[in-house]
Design a protein around this ligand. Structure first.
Ligand code: SIN
Length: 493
């Protein structure tokens, strides 16, 4: 039974039946949790309730795992071509319903509708990419030193996979995990983000329409019992892999829980990305890159620039050109025409951003644009200059629309600063010097480097980090490998 808020949300869609106030287990949308409880999901722009989903716990998680195991038994025996065909249908449905998917993303995440449409395309691309990979996951034949023997290496899906997903890309962070799992012959139990469960539920509605068998994808919705559900997913023996995108702190906890059953893990954790502008850079391109990279999703991505290092010769020019552009942003409700930047996800996110800005100001930083809360979850896009290297922003990702510009003198100095952090997800720099391009790209301690671009994200690249940004890759053939095991068959003839 839909709530009045849920019915109102559903009416915004071309296909209202895509809006489910439910969890999804074994091919059924379930509106009740064992506890009987539900929790409300709010629109971060208006702070109004948009619907409710069941607050599920360990019991439902165990059921989901059992159904996923059963579904895996048959799915793992399908051919890559069969998996491709169903996944391709799934992809086509995602494309056909992308306007509705984008509407749900804006409703529950707050990002502007144009960005949400971009995410609908980006998210669907993982299903397409992995559908195409499903038929190309080749093995090997290794020449044997033993006469008459042949060594064959085959790939097999790892089994039931648990995916713990974040709210910042309500579609894409799920499809990049789910796409790889399905292509490899695995089944999935997703713990939906409590802030943004509805995109995920529309996704499985379309999966079912495409012919994905019951039990192959399961969505557990939870809020109060989130920690217990996470622990069950990590410790349950039937689950063979855990994939998580989120903070480094939670990643460490999940890894320690998953060690009890030695699960295969891939973790995409926090970043603190350096964005370096050298004196020889194309300044127009660097400003455009900084805007794309720092202010995408109002600064709420793990690969957003967090520390902008600008060489002294171009510092003043870069700062004023960036400030001029940022000042023109239109912050507002993502559904309003012309909105370029939406709200932050919740009050906790706002508090962190405010704390970082206050700290930068206290330490001598000059706010040249923005600098304060507008109202509710909206924060002014901000540029701060003249900040020292040890402010809070330099140590901890802000996850908000604040560009702090640090001045540096030499390549050697900036590399030391850029690498002086425990995490290493992405890094960016702008330069026209070919020698420097290779030197700096190789020296940055990160998993991904953007050179003369502020955008890396595509389904065909290996996305992931090093150091305390985690391990494992998502997207690309490397992403598929995270969901398979390699089996040797030695054959004596
Ligand atoms: C993330 O924020 O974790 C992912 C962003 C992306 O895929 O671009």
């Amino acid at each position: 039974m839909a709530s009045s808020e849920g019915s109102k949300s559903a009416k915004r869609l071309n296909k209202p039946e895509l809006f489910h106030e439910a969890a999804f287990i074994n091919g059924k949308f379930i509106t009740q949790a064992t506890s009987g409880g539900t929790f409300a999901v709010t629109d971060p722009a208006t702070e109004e309730v948009i619907g409710h989903v069941p607050d599920q716990g360990v019991k439902e998680t165990q059921e989901a795992i059992q159904h996923a195991y059963k579904a895996y038994q048959s799915w793992s025996k399908t051919t890559g071509r069969q998996r491709h065909d169903i996944m391709k249908k799934f992809y086509d449905l995602l494309v056909a319903n992308s306007d509705d998917i984008a509407t749900i993303i804006t409703l529950e995440n707050g990002k502007p509708l144009a960005d949400a449409k971009g995410e609908a395309t980006y998210g669907a691309s993982f299903i397409e990419w992995f559908a195409e990979e499903a038929v190309r996951d080749y093995g090997d034949i290794i020449p044997s030193p033993v006469a008459g023997q042949r060594n064959l290496v085959i790939k097999q899906g790892v089994g039931v996979c648990a995916a713990i997903c974040p709210w910042n890309f309500p579609l894409a962070m799920i499809t990049r995990k789910m796409g790889a799992a399905l292509a490899a012959g695995c089944s999935v139990v997703v713990k939906a983000p409590a802030e943004t469960p509805f995109t995920c539920l529309a996704l499985v509605h379309l999966a079912q329409e495409a012919g994905i068998p019951d039990g192959l994808i399961n969505i557990v919705t939870t809020d109060k019992h989130m920690k217990d559900v996470g622990k069950e997913l990590c410790e349950n023996k039937t689950v063979k892999k855990i994939t998580f995108t989120g903070s480094t702190g939670v990643g460490k906890l999940l890894m320690s829980q998953a060690s009890s059953t030695l699960k295969k893990c891939s973790f995409e954790l926090g970043g603190n990305a350096p964005f370096i502008v050298f004196d020889d850079a194309d300044i127009d391109a660097a400003v455009a890159g900084a805007i794309a990279c720092k202010f995408r999703s109002s600064g709420q991505t793990c690969v957003c620039a967090n520390r902008l290092y600008v060489q002294s010769g171009v510092y003043a020019e870069f700062a004023s050109r960036l400030a001029e552009k940022v000042d023109k942003f239109k912050v507002g409700n993502g559904f309003e025409e012309g909105t370029t930047h939406g709200p932050l996800i919740h009050a906790r996110a706002m508090e962190k951003v405010e704390k970082h800005v206050e700290d930068a100001k206290k330490r001598g930083g000059q706010v040249i644009v923005g600098g304060k809360r507008i109202k509710g979850n909206f924060f002014e896009p901000t540029v701060i200059t003249d900040v020292p290297n040890d402010i809070m922003i330099a140590q901890d990702e802000t996850f908000g629309p604040v560009a702090a510009l640090f001045k540096f003198e030499t390549e050697e100095d900036v590399l030391k600063l850029a690498n002086d952090t425990d995490v290493g997800l992405s890094g960016y720099f702008y330069s026209k010097d070919v020698g420097r391009i290779f030197r700096v790209a190789e020296a940055l301690e990160v998993g991904m480097v953007g050179v003369n671009t502020g955008m890396l994200s595509q389904s065909c690249i290996p996305f992931g980090g090093i150091k305390e940004s985690g391990f494992g890759r998502e997207g690309s053939k490397y992403g598929l490998a995270e969901y398979t095991t390699v089996k040797l068959i030695t054959l004596a003839i």
